[in-house]
Design a binder for this molecule. Structure first.
Ligand SMILES: *Cc1c(COP(=O)(O)O)cnc(C)c1O
Length: 380
């Protein structure tokens, strides 16, 4: 039995959670939250990082900070998680989907400019599998049209593009620490803020529209309601869990990378034979081994392969039915241009088991089973 994912656990979590409990500070913004914020700031070079209750909520904060209003348009790929779109739809914006590149499954940077209209306010690149979008091109379009760039870097913690950490390149970056991500706090995330001038409003929005953060720092004598906002700060118990992971971030990274490289090595001959395709990491992109996927010939072959793996107790999954084909996607968005790759490539993609602590034997067993599947097909 090889599971698709096991949430990361280092062994230090229990101790840190009990420290939080004994400190009698279990609501948000205590010592563990501060440590996690600072870790992200130091790792990424962003002006400010704030832990949030999820990446979805970090994206909602970014939509508020970017002043997205009804009638505005926001450009993003259709091949992404619903949260990428939801955060902007909640503000009344129309989502404009653009096709992806077949090599990285990221938004095709060369199709973005054609989708820009007088109503466009923001571009939301999603760094799929922790592999960066072409940020130079995207930032250049944003500069020329005065658009805000909000990076969905949910999968991109510890990844970089030309030496810059993902999430710290655009105006805002959003991280996820969900249990399915490389580093976890159960449910949680973070918003990265590049412009120091936006930090005060971010703190207010995160604290229900109050200036309580300033009050806690002793900068004002009482706090009050000053802007719109919501409750976007996680509890210290969750931050304590995350801190155990961030402390060992490099070890977790190396462990995942080892499994990722092993998959690539063991499946390279099969890919060379043309039976499957493997992930592509463009020059300048350093990824974080968030995901190892293969591409089958088509959806029928993928369905058979999933069943074949399942028979051997191996759980492999696919995800992201393109948003523009979903009922809410049809209602709140539109696809600009032609869907050449989004549907076709998403139908072929299959994610293999990958988590902190996955053994070499398990990776080998998965690869052997895949090889058997294709050996059977080709001798027929
Ligand atoms: C996981 C994920 C999200 C949502 O993260 P949550 O922390 O669960 O809200 C958003 N976008 C992408 C691309 C993701 O992979």
């Amino acid at each position: 039995m090889i599971k698709f994912n096991i949430p990361p656990y280092t062994g230090r979590e229990d101790k840190y959670i009990m420290e939080a409990v004994r400190s009698h500070k279990i609501c948000g913004d205590g010592a563990f939250t501060q440590k996690c914020n600072r870790w992200i700031e130091e790792k990424t070079g962003t002006a400010k990082a704030l832990l949030t209750t999820s990446c979805t909520h970090a994206t909602e904060m970014a939509a508020l900070l970017a002043d997205i209003h009804p009638g505005d348009e926001v450009i993003m790929p259709s091949y992404t998680f619903v949260s990428t779109a939801d955060a902007f739809v909640l503000r009344g914006a129309t989502v404009v989907f653009v096709d992806i590149r077949p090599d990285t499954m990221n938004i095709d940077e060369n199709l973005i400019e054609d989708a820009v209209t007088a109503k466009t306010r923001a571009i939301v690149p999603v760094h799929y599998a922790g592999v960066s979008c072409e940020m130079d091109t995207i930032m250049d379009i944003a500069r020329r049209y005065h658009l805000c760039v909000i990076e969905d870097a949910a999968q991109g913690v510890m990844s970089s593009y030309k030496g810059q950490a993902l999430g710290a390149i655009g105006d805002f970056g959003c991280y996820s620490f969900h249990e399915t991500k490389n580093y976890s706090m159960g449910e949680g995330g973070a918003i990265l803020i590049r412009d120091p001038a936006a930090v005060e409003r971010a703190e207010i929005i995160r604290e229900k529209g109050t200036n309580r953060s300033k009050f806690y720092r002793g900068e004002i004598s009482k706090y009050t309601w000053v802007d719109l906002g919501s409750s976007y700060l996680p509890s210290e118990l969750n931050a304590a869990y995350l801190w155990a992971q961030l402390e060992l971030a490099q070890e977790i990274y190396e462990d995942r990378m080892h499994s990722w490289e092993l998959y690539r090595e063991q499946l390279s001959a099969l890919a060379a034979s043309g039976a499957i395709e493997l992930p592509v990491i463009p020059a300048g992109c350093v990824h974080n081994a968030h995901m190892f996927y293969i591409k089958a010939a088509n959806i029928e072959e993928r369905t058979e392969l999933i069943a074949w793996l399942k028979e051997a107790g191996i759980s492999a999954v696919f995800h992201y039915l393109p948003l523009h084909t979903a009922p809410a996607g049809e209602r709140f968005g539109r696809f600009h241009g032609e869907d050449v790759y989004t549907t076709r490539e998403s139908n072929r993609l299959l994610r293999l088991p990958l988590y902190y602590g996955l053994t070499e034997d398990d990776v080998t067993a998965v690869c052997e089973r895949i090889k058997q599947f294709y050996a059977g097909r080709h001798t027929k």
